[in-house]
Design a protein around this ligand. Structure first.
Ligand code: CA
Length: 219
């Protein structure tokens, strides 16, 4: 497992990287947004731990560009306690989770395990409504055509597909995919859902995900 720690405060960056190495991870550091993008493009990182307040290119923009370039790994944002707005924005831009600074190394390690566990799993390809979902690669095809989703969008779709035909309440999605600590951010579910619908329907006539008023989302 290879992790990139993006943090401009050198003592924090090196302490986190050293701690992760002691836990058995490969860990590199980047000190600004430009270096972060270069390194993420040059190596296969499973996880990027991304400070939001960075020189040259800020963390939100780094996150946005990584997802625009289809970076396949997980992104955990490291945010100041006051930065709720930035956290929401980061999740909207494709981050998988966030951690409030200062944090204990054990907390970061737990988040890394959680986001990579959600990504992996030996589940078989799931088929529903003309969709094929491969949880090992996060690959989605609709009627044989590739649909490119962020990891979070994939999780939402995979969850709906596992419960095909049942209206899944927003609260259930949050609880199952985010965990209760993210519960203030219901708006982010709507954003992910809008993006997911747009991508799934692009070039296809029939919408796949319906909203059942007062009940939730249904595939
Ligand atoms: Ca910083």
């Amino acid at each position: 497992m290879r992790v990139l720690v993006v943090e401009d405060e050198e003592p924090i960056a090196s302490a986190v990287a050293r701690g992760l190495r002691q836990l058995g991870y490969e860990a590199d550091t980047a000190a600004d947004g430009v270096e972060a993008l270069e390194m993420a493009g040059a190596h296969d990182y499973d996880v990027v731990c991304l400070d939001l307040n960075l020189p040259l290119i800020d963390g939100i923009e780094v996150c946005r560009r990584l997802r625009a370039e289809r970076f396949p790994g997980r992104i955990i944002m490291l945010t100041a306690r006051s930065g709720i707005h930035e956290r929401v924005e980061g999740l909207d831009q494709g981050a998988d989770d966030y951690l409030v600074k200062p944090f204990a190394l054990s907390e970061l390690a737990a988040r890394i395990r959680a986001v990579t566990r959600r990504a992996g799993g030996a589940d078989a390809t799931l088929r529903a409504r003309g969709l094929e979902l491969d949880p090992d690669t996060n690959r989605v095809r609709r009627e044989g055509v590739d649909v490119h989703l962020t990891p979070r969008e994939f999780e939402i779709l995979h969850y709906l597909a596992r419960h095909e035909g049942r209206a899944v309440p927003q609260e259930e999605l949050i609880e199952r995919l985010w965990g209760e600590r993210a519960s203030p951010f219901t708006q982010t579910v709507k954003v992910h859902m809008n993006n997911l619908r747009r991508k799934l329907n692009d070039g296809f006539g029939q919408p796949l995900i319906a909203t059942v008023r007062g009940k939730g989302y249904v595939l």
